[in-house]
Design a protein around this ligand. Structure first.
Ligand SMILES: [Zn+2]
Length: 466
């Protein structure tokens, strides 16, 4: 059966224009005007999807999410079902899920296998994995090339935090990944600096969220990213820097690139739109914004938006990692270092960037599509199958109705946790419908339409394995 997404403005690989998108099976068959087709085909042969006055963009690709993620004795709220329902309700059709690091006596392949079972049975969007590493065992090092060859090329290391890897081990991972054609993601930070910063906080200060930002000052994030870039230069390994939160960290990315290091840089809506003023709110309100890196001074907004517009930042991901305010974040009132850090954000990501980026004249419509879909698809090795609207691509489409002026509200969202950090924030636009591989999986009237398990795992290959 064919489908015709009719009457909208298409942000296609070849330009932005009024057109229809013809879908055959799970692929895009063409972009243009198909009036004859609509007149001659019977209803059984052609389903019309009305996109009158809407913007038709490639489905969003969220390159950084956490699903059912263990942290500080808790598990993040969304599972593969609710997480991917939230994704498609927000116009996102593919997510990359970061898996927790196994212990040294465990197997990476087993870790991935368990996550595949949970994912395959429950997802409604397509998905793939990035595997976190902490301490290394010889058997794990041996597993990495086999996993890359099997379609699991992405690994993430921490330069800081309590699962930080030492520089020598990071270099070993870089060398292995470079040789076998894998990818390395780096989380900035510096364990010694972090211990110094948190050690300087008195117990009274650790109960007062107005001090929250002091546990991870900007300079610590920047140091870790700088060091990662030096290690990358030593090994010739490209890196992907996750959740850049400050102008200082972005400065390190620019320096690294100027020195010849290949870096893909990611930021998140929370660092573009929310500031550390939130930590001065009353305790229950301020708790909603506990995450790592913490929110920064609002003077960072403009450099990050500019970086996104001019290309020093490549990708906007959600770093979705939601914990309930009640029963999770509020369980350690005397010590904010014990509060599970992370925010929900998989669902509002596209509309936050559309409303605050495109409508606020910070990003062009084309650049918006690049940072939420095309660039993540390229990095993940999924382009042009994903991340663009062109004949032959998967029919992954988000239809944005730009007209409604509404507000973000937890009540109308699919994210499972008990708040959204964007509550009551005004926005332009809603998601009218989302298609994954030609199937409408969400529309604004009916909600989630797809069955559990409709989504597929996307093995990723870069063709340069040796
Ligand atoms: Zn993360």
């Amino acid at each position: 059966m064919k489908k015709l997404v009719r009457g909208g403005t298409v942000v296609a690989a070849s330009g932005i224009f009024m057109a229809d998108v013809l879908i055959e099976g799970d692929k895009i068959a063409g972009i243009g005007h198909f009036d004859d087709l609509g007149d001659s085909a019977s209803e059984k042969e052609l389903e019309i999807i009305d996109a009158q006055d809407c913007i038709i963009v490639p489905g969003g690709i969220d390159a950084h999410t956490h699903i059912d993620f263990p942290l500080k004795g808790f598990r993040s709220n969304d599972d593969y079902w609710s997480g991917t329902c939230s994704a498609v309700a927000g116009g996102t059709t593919t997510i990359a899920v970061f898996l927790p690091a196994p212990r040294t006596d465990e197997s990476l392949a087993e870790n991935i296998r368990g996550a595949r079972i949970a994912g395959d049975e429950n997802v409604v969007s397509d998905y793939c994995f990035q595997q976190t590493l902490s301490s290394l065992s010889p058997s794990m090092l041996g597993e990495i090339p086999r996993l890359v060859a099997a379609g699991y090329p992405g690994f993430k290391v921490f330069l800081g935090s309590d699962i930080a890897m030492n520089d020598r081990d990071i270099l070993r991972v870089m060398e292995i990944l470079r040789k076998c054609g894998g990818q390395l993601l780096v989380n900035g930070g510096n364990l010694g600096m972090e211990q110094f910063a948190t050690g300087a906080l008195t117990s009274a200060e650790r109960a007062d969220l107005s001090n929250y930002g002091r546990n991870r000052p900007e300079v610590i994030e920047a140091e870790g990213l700088s060091r990662a870039a030096y290690l990358a230069r030593l090994t010739g390994m490209p890196i992907y820097a996750v959740h850049i939160s400050s102008a200082q960290a972005l400065g390190e990315i620019k320096k690294a690139r100027a020195a010849g290091c290949s870096v893909v840089a990611e930021t998140c809506p929370q660092y573009l739109l929310l500031s550390d003023e939130k930590y001065k709110l009353n305790y229950q309100e301020a708790l909603k914004y506990t995450l790592n890196p913490p929110l920064r001074d609002r003077s960072n907004f403009e450099p990050l938006w500019s970086g996104l517009a001019e290309g020093s930042l490549d990708i906007v991901s959600s770093d979705h990692c939601p914990f309930n305010l009640h029963g999770q974040k509020d369980q350690s009132p005397s010590d904010f270092l014990k509060v599970p850090n992370g925010l929900p954000g998989i669902e509002p990501r596209l509309l936050l960037l559309y409303s605050e980026g495109v409508c606020a004249h910070r990003l062009s419509l084309r650049r918006f599509v690049e940072v939420v879909s095309t660039n993540p698809a390229k990095y993940l090795g999924l382009y042009p199958r994903k991340g663009t609207i062109v004949a032959g691509s998967d029919a992954d489409i988000a239809i944005i109705d730009p007209r409604p002026d509404v507000i973000f509200s937890k009540r109308s969202m699919f994210e499972r946790n008990d708040y959204t950090p964007y509550e009551s924030m005004p926005r332009h636009g809603t998601i009218r419908a989302t298609l994954v591989r030609g199937e409408v999986v969400f529309d604004a009237e009916r909600g989630i339409i797809a069955q559990k398990g409709f989504g597929r795992y996307l093995p990723r290959f870069f063709g340069n394995s040796t």
